[in-house]
Design a protein around this ligand. Structure first.
Ligand SMILES: CC(C)(COP(=O)(O)OP(=O)(O)OC[C@H]1O[C@@H](n2cnc3c(N)ncnc32)[C@H](O)[C@@H]1OP(=O)(O)O)[C@@H](O)C(=O)NCCC(=O)NCCS
Length: 214
């Protein structure tokens, strides 16, 4: 059955999410899985111009789109963890499906909450808990028995080893990695390319050369 969906966020991430929805349609059954209604954004200008989501109808602000399409599913395509949560609170009452690229591999024992996005070639192994509105971007890897808490994010190529933990709103930048059993606190950021060998405090930003912000 084909279902209506709207994308909230007309930036670069919105374009990637639209691409994933098109890929799901291309690789699914005989009928498309998703009918992409268009894109909602607080900034009407963002939906226009080169490299924008011009190919998709602009539906107005998230509230306007929500009013016009009350039964539509919603995917929040906003990379900033805090803004993603704010938009979710503005659109409560809608259904936020998990969107998983057809090339991603997610073990059947994974507990995956609503609003999650899993990108191309990402792998989530057995026994993981993936909280609501988590982003597991392209080529990211989540080892066995990991927990990724609500609104956290793994950027492309970021890797969590077995039994590691990423707290709510945590951020693992591109190609950062956690050794097994490490715990990253809520709102902490791991800078691009950083290997993490010990627990990271809540709100800390860690680079390969040490703490950037505590
Ligand atoms: C974690 C991160 C977001 C923190 O950003 P921030 O708090 O704004 O910190 P800044 O980028 O201003 O960096 C502060 C300093 O640390 C340095 N630094 C930042 N990240 C670094 C890294 N991965 N390796 C080495 N040095 C780094 C910066 O060069 C800067 O040095 P300076 O003060 O001498 O200019 C950022 O470091 C990062 O990794 N960005 C990449 C994000 C990413 O992967 N995006 C993909 C999205 S899909």
């Amino acid at each position: 059955m084909t279902r209506d969906i709207m994308i909230v966020g007309a930036g670069g991430w919105g374009r990637e999410v639209a691409w994933t929805l098109e890929r799901i349609n291309a690789y699914g059954g005989p009928a498309p899985t998703w009918n992409i209604l268009g894109v909602a954004d607080d900034d009407p200008a963002k939906g226009k111009g080169k490299g924008s989501m011009e190919g998709y109808p602009y539906l107005g602000t998230p509230e306007e789109a929500s009013h016009d399409y009350p039964g539509a599913k919603v995917i929040i395509a906003i990379g900033d963890n805090a803004v993603r949560e704010k938009i979710y609170r503005r659109l409560r009452g809608h259904d936020f499906p998990a969107i998983i690229d057809p090339s991603a591999v997610v073990a059947p024992t994974v507990d995956l909450r609503h609003g999650v996005y899993v990108g191309a070639l990402a792998v989530i192994s057995v026994g993981c808990n993936i909280g609501k509105f988590v982003i597991v971007n392209t080529r990211a890897g989540v080892g066995h028995d990991c927990t990724v808490d609500d609104f956290a994010q793994l950027c492309p190529g970021a890797t969590m080893s077995g039994h590691s933990f990423l707290g709510a709103h945590g951020y693992m930048a591109t190609n950062s990695c956690l050794v097994p059993n490490v715990k990253v606190g809520a709102h902490a950021q791991i800078a691009a390319g950083t290997p993490v060998f010990a627990d990271v405090r809540e709100g800390e930003t860690l680079s390969p050369f040490g703490t950037l912000k505590a």
